[in-house]
Ligand binder design. Structure first.
Ligand code: 5AD
Ligand code: SF4
Length: 411
């Protein structure tokens, strides 16, 4: 979502600015920030300092989630920064640029009907926001405090935009939101009752759109209707990012995730019935109160689901979150050691998964010369660099490692 926000900002400014790769020559330097963990926040100030040294004449703006929650504090700590623009106020970039020392961090701001300029980088695929904000209260997560409450973008606007993209040759669309399968819960305008499954069906009716992806769904809202649509709609790519966070029901409760280990495993069992489906996930280790037994529950889910990819992190206490004040914080060293064990075991699983890919035939959209993504989200290389660009071809896998597959085009 941050990448998409950056692209929106770039597009909004495209009539006045062009991109440069050299900060020394820039008139304007924008940093788009994350605040999900503490590290990127520290990086912001070191990066700002280094860039200001390189180019003291540039105008500086700080955007994104750290902008949302630190607000004017950023200008206090780095007085050369000209403006601060929060993650829920992206469409106000010009206002920020033209107002001296602007701090625009309005969490109630509604940009769900704002139509951004075209941002597409790849001719064959694009990403499109379907909602803003997040209504969940996961006790470790700062996002609801930086992106505000959840509002869905009206369906006709989404469909209209995708139709336009399809007419320009886009074949693959990724629907973006913090909780995509909660789509339709709340609109800021009057709107017929719809849910995410309805949206998926509408998108799949658009001629020219051959592949639909989405990220991220919430396991709590993965009801049978949604999973049936996922399994049976041939345009929906068979990859699901399904954030587990922890395998311990006790911890999931403390995290306020709203589901149990059993629910998560049951949903995955249903999903695994789809041939060649991929399941990827996010895992946090060292959440307050995590015992060795709780961690073993996470390892157990890893063994049972055998995720095709995991994004795993040591818990990072964040301001404005419930968990930061929990008394039973886990020792950092213990958490790091658990993360190491988790990632080591997962690397072995990935080797086993890679071995099983040899001989499979996957549908691959060739996005760049000689390379593309399979329906189930593996990166696949083919020998031809000058052929098949923009086509969906069948590739027979002949070689595989943890990160990349390669093979021959068979159709
Ligand atoms: N500490 C560590 N990881 C976190 N995430 C969110 N908040 C935190 C935190 N405080 C992770 C979750 C989420 C992903 C985007 O970032 O796993 O799914
Ligand atoms: Fe954060 Fe939970 Fe919302 Fe995801 S669902 S953005 S983890 S609060």
């Amino acid at each position: 979502m941050n990448v998409k926000d950056s692209e929106h900002i770039i597009a909004e400014l495209s009539d006045e600015y062009e991109i440069t790769q050299n900060p020394e020559n820039a008139d304007l330097i924008l940093l788009n920030t994350c605040s999900v963990r503490e590290k990127p926040v520290q990086k912001l100030f070191s990066e700002l300092g280094a860039l200001n040294k390189k180019n003291p004449n540039a105008k500086f703006g700080v955007c994104g989630c750290t902008a949302s929650h630190m607000g004017k504090e950023i200008i206090k700590r780095a007085p050369f920064v000209s403006f601060v623009l929060g993650a829920r106020n992206v469409s106000r970039i010009k206002e920020a640029l033209n107002t001296p020392k602007a701090v625009i961090t309005d969490l109630d701001y509604d940009e769900t009907t704002y139509v951004f300029k075209n941002t597409r980088k790849n001719p064959y695929k694009d990403f499109i926001n379907i909602m803003v904000g997040c209504d969940k209260k996961c006790s470790y997560c700062i996002v609801p405090k930086t992106r505000g409450k959840e509002l869905s973008i009206p369906m006709d606007l989404i469909i209209g935009q995708i139709e336009k993209l399809a007419a320009e040759g886009v074949k693959e669309i990724t629907l973006l939101g913090q909780n995509v399968n909660n789509y339709g819960k709340r609109f800021s305008v009057s709107h017929p009752k719809v849910d995410f499954t309805d949206l998926l069906r509408e998108v799949s009716k658009i001629d020219g759109i051959e592949r639909i992806r989405f990220t991220s769904p919430h396991p709590l809202h993965a009801d049978d209707r949604f999973l049936e649509e996922f399994a049976n709609n041939p345009k929906i790519c068979k990859h699901i990012h399904f954030p587990l966070q922890s395998g311990s029901t006790k911890l999931l409760k403390a995290m306020r995730r709203g589901y149990s280990k059993e629910w998560f495993l049951n949903r995955c069992e249903i999903i695994r019935q789809i041939p060649d489906v991929s399941i990827t996930t996010d895992i946090i280790v060292g959440f307050p109160g995590e015992s060795e037994e709780d961690f073993e529950e996470t390892m157990d889910v890893l063994e049972k689901v055998r995720f095709e990819q995991i994004f795993s992190f040591v818990y990072s206490p964040r301001p404005l979150t419930e968990a930061a004040d929990m008394p039973n914080q886990v020792d950092k060293q213990v958490a790091k050691e658990r993360l190491y064990r988790l990632q080591k075991r997962h690397a072995e699983i990935l080797d086993e998964i890679a071995k099983n890919q040899i001989g499979k035939i996957y549908k691959v959209l060739i996005e760049e010369p000689g390379m593309g993504k399979s329906d189930n989200f593996f990166t696949v290389k083919i020998p031809q660099k000058d052929k098949y660009l923009g086509e969906i071809v069948d590739v027979k896998i002949t070689n595989a490692n943890k990160h990349t597959l390669s093979g021959e085009v068979v159709k």
